[in-house]
Structure formats: C-alpha cells, structure tokens
Design a protein. Structure first.
Length: 271
C-alpha cells in the first residue's frame, strides 16, 4: 500500500486466516493498494473514500458501508476518513483454493450488509484478543467467513468460470466415486459455496446434477446399437447406481420409460 506521508496508529490481532486492524490517521490519504495474498473488507467510521478498481469501476464510500478489496484486484483510493476497520481474510476461508475470487460491491443502501456490521461490533475485541483459545478462534474465523460470504457475492465472470470448472469436472469424472467436496475442490469453492452456486444457476444440487449426468450416460449406453449381451444391472453399477430400485425410478422419471424398455427398443439382448 502506498499513500501520502501521514502518520497513523492501529490495533491489530487475529491469525493467518482472519485478522483485524483498527486504523486511525491524522489526515487525508491517497494512494494505491496492489493485488494482495488476502481479501480485505474495510468499513469507514467517518469521512468518505473514493475507490477505483483496476477495471475503472469507481465507488464513493461513506461511513458504515462495508467494501470488499478482492485479493487479485488493484485499487486506487483517496480518503479523508480518520478511522476505519480493515478485516483481512485468507482466500481459503472463502472457498478459494488456488485462484482468489473477485467479489461484487454491495449497493450503498443494501440492508444485506447489516449482519456483517453487527458481527464486527460483536467480535472485534475477541479477534484482537491474543489470549483467545485456539478452538474458539477457529470457530470465530469460520463464523466471520460465513457472514462475509453471505454479504459479498462473487463477480459474474468469476462465478461462471467456477461453474464451468465444476461442470467439466463432473463430466470428466462421472464414473468415479465423487462427493460434494471433490467437486468443490475442483471449482476452488467451499462446499457451501458450491451448493449455493448450483442452486442459483442450475436450480439443482451438485449431487443431483451428478446423478442426472450419470443417468444420461446410462441412457446413451442402453441405446447404443453395439452388439453383445448386456445387463441393466451391470450398466447401472458401472455408472455408480448401487440401489437398483431408486435407479429405475429416477430413470423412468427422466426418460419416460424403464431401462429395460430402452434396452429392448435398441434391439439389444439383456443377459
């Protein structure tokens, strides 16, 4: 961070996952904040800030409006604020594995920021407490990350990139034993973030999407006109359907007929 020559004091505390800085300065400042290893949420206690991202987006920020400085983005700032709170959060706490996300700023009058502001008022002293029990700090870090994720949404391009990555992973590994955690890791999201993304964009859970892809693979194999004796049981098990009754019901709901009816229509023989 670069700025004009101004003195400032701050209190800081936390750990490598979540930390807090309470800053007081004696006058206006201007400068730049380059890409960083962590995300930073800042809230002004007074004054105003003009914030400009490296894509040209600009915001006029007043007191009490939390703003997200996304780790991979560079910003320019010009502020006359004399007191502010900076909440630093490691990308991994927000579900980022390798590539930090870019987040969207909330509107100035968005009531959805209130839970985060309330949380900061409640937990500031605990975050700054150097004697806080390790287990309590871990739980506190997770609580902060959960509220931050509910306050800031990822940018559209970032979301679309992660959704495509998750979908590609499902299709590439559909015959393998998969859990939500596997898909989330491939998309560099938390499990909760992945669940929310699939529900918002595809109106299904990740595991429901995986099941639909597997049903499509079964259907494709049953309609293949390749010769040879096959069994519905073997094909279903190959695509990870272990409960044949539930499999048959899901298949009928999706394709309007039983798996055996599909096999018969293809002219193949079931062993």
């Amino acid at each position: 961070m670069t700025s004009s020559e101004q003195s400032f004091d701050y209190r800081s505390g936390g750990d490598e996952h979540v930390s807090l800085r309470l800053i007081r300065t004696d006058g206006p400042q201007a400068g730049t904040i380059g890409p960083r290893p962590d995300h930073v949420v800042f809230v002004l206690a007074d004054g105003r800030t003009c914030l400009t991202a490296d894509d040209g987006s600009t915001w006029e920020v007043g007191p009490g409006r939390p703003m997200m400085l996304s780790a991979p983005v560079a910003y320019a700032f010009d502020t006359d604020a004399t007191a502010m709170t900076l909440l630093h959060i490691a990308p991994a706490m927000l579900g980022d594995a390798e590539e930090p996300s870019e987040f969207v700023q909330p509107d100035a009058d968005d009531p959805g920021v209130e839970p985060l502001l309330t949380l900061l008022r409640e937990v500031t002293d605990r975050i700054l407490d150097p004697d806080l029990d390790a287990a309590e700090r871990t739980a506190l870090d997770q609580r902060v990350a959960t509220v931050v994720l509910s306050t800031f949404t990822r940018s559209r391009s970032d979301v679309e990139h992660r959704l495509r990555r998750a979908i590609r992973f499902v299709h590439d590994h559909v015959a393998e034993e998969l859990e939500v955690a596997d898909i989330a890791a491939a998309a560099e999201l938390s499990e909760r973030g992945l669940q929310d993304l699939f529900r918002r964009r595809l109106a299904v859970t990740p595991m429901r999407y995986l099941r639909e892809v597997r049903l499509d693979r079964v259907h494709l194999e049953l309609t293949s006109r390749r010769g040879g004796i096959v069994t519905v049981r073997d094909i279903a098990r190959h695509w990870r359907f272990t409960h044949l009754g539930r499999f048959a019901a899901s298949y009928r709901q999706r394709f309007g007929e039983s798996p055996r009816d599909t096999l018969r229509r293809s002219g193949r023989t079931e062993g």
